[in-house]
Design a protein around this ligand. Structure first.
Ligand SMILES: CC(C)(COP(=O)(O)OP(=O)(O)OC[C@H]1O[C@@H](n2cnc3c(N)ncnc32)[C@H](O)[C@@H]1OP(=O)(O)O)[C@@H](O)C(=O)NCCC(=O)NCCS
Length: 327
């Protein structure tokens, strides 16, 4: 079952570079000092070097060896402006407008990934989710074969025996009200991500109805999305629509959906919309003693992830490893 050891092993075999858009945030600097000490993931901090060294010094974090890039004196800025204009040419972006965008750390950092200066990016210690994700949507875009970017959370309940309980939940962070076909794509990406974290996915499409017990558009949407996902992935246990209790309780599942191959044992949950998903993962985190990692963005051409503004340095460190390992 999932432990950070496996992800660190991936990086030890293939070290990566990660951009932190908020280079002067003490939590980013603490996480960077830990990464620098262990040598498998190289941080690139964006911001004013004097300010970054000042904050690091005041907070007692050793960031010697980190790369600091200030957009204001980046030597390849003209090349970056040109590439930005090319990517956004359908929007008629002028070089002056591009330069303005690129003085913002979130856009600049995203272009560092786009142009191959770094493999991955982690932002959102102070930026909102939208401000971290939007540059990625506009510049990194969806990978071939995908039509949208979505997200999932990996939830881990540590166990004293080391046999941690690991769940995947999507999409709790990006798509506000996904359509039936978007839910199919979200489910397939969530399944892929769950496997990376050692989960053998048993997928429940969640609803307020189990197997036709309730009626409504949203019930139909979840039932149809589950059917389509199953048709495309016949080897994966997938079922829905089902209520959360039927998904996780063998006793309830016996009553509500006795023939389900998922009921009572689901570990990968697809939510009907962002309200349900965001509230759902936070209940597991705050009341179920699960550690929550995410939102892990799915379907992008390069790994870019968003932190919660309330994150701790340990969460930054963990998310940096997850983000880079996905590269
Ligand atoms: C992700 C989000 C920020 C995008 O919204 P937005 O910035 O208003 O997006 P826009 O509609 O202006 O689109 C910006 C670009 O991204 C693209 N885009 C938007 N959503 C996308 C998606 N899910 N997948 C792929 N591309 C997407 C658009 O096509 C557009 O591309 P273009 O500029 O090349 O034409 C928005 O969906 C959102 O706020 N989601 C909720 C985030 C949140 O609060 N989460 C809770 C905390 S985790």
């Amino acid at each position: 079952m999932f432990g950070f050891g496996q992800l660190i092993d991936i990086l030890k075999h293939n070290p990566k570079k990660i951009v932190f858009t908020e280079g002067n945030d003490p939590r980013i600097l603490e996480a960077s000092s830990r990464l620098l000490a262990s040598n498998f993931l190289h941080p690139i901090l964006i911001g004013e070097p004097d300010e970054i060294y000042q904050v690091a010094g005041d907070s007692g974090f050793n960031i010697r060896g980190s790369e600091i890039i200030n957009p204001k004196d980046f030597p390849d800025m003209e090349k970056m402006v040109e590439e930005f204009c090319e990517i956004r040419k359908s929007k008629g972006i002028t070089p002056e407008q591009a330069r303005e965008y690129l003085l913002q750390n979130n856009y600049f950092g995203t272009m560092l990934v786009k142009m191959g200066y770094a493999d991955s990016l982690l932002g959102g210690a102070t930026y909102s989710t939208a401000d971290t994700v939007r540059p990625a949507l506009q510049l990194i875009k969806t990978k071939p074969g995908n039509t949208l970017v979505s997200s999932c959370f990996i939830l881990v309940r540590p166990s004293a025996t080391g046999d941690n309980e690991v769940l995947a939940m999507g999409d709790c962070g990006i798509n506000i009200r996904p359509s039936e076909d978007e839910l199919v794509e979200i489910a397939e990406e969530t399944i892929r991500c769950a496997k990376v974290f050692g989960v053998d996915p048993k997928v429940a499409f969640l609803s307020y109805s189990t197997d036709g017990s309730g009626h409504g558009e949203d019930v139909d949407k979840m039932r149809n999305a589950a059917r389509k996902t199953k048709e495309r992935n016949p080897d994966v246990p997938i079922d829905g629509e089902m209520q959360f209790d039927a998904a996780v309780s063998p006793k309830v599942s016996q009553k509500k959906c006795p023939d389900s191959e998922v009921g009572g044992h689901a570990n990968t949950f697809i939510f009907p919309d962002i309200n349900a998903g965001n509230i759902g993962y936070k209940i597991a985190q705050r009341m179920g003693n699960f550690e929550a990692y995410g939102p892990i963005l799915l379907g992008l051409n390069s790994p870019i992830n968003d932190l919660s503004r309330g994150c701790t340095a340990t969460e930054v460190y963990s998310m940096a490893i997850i983000t880079a390992a996905l590269a």
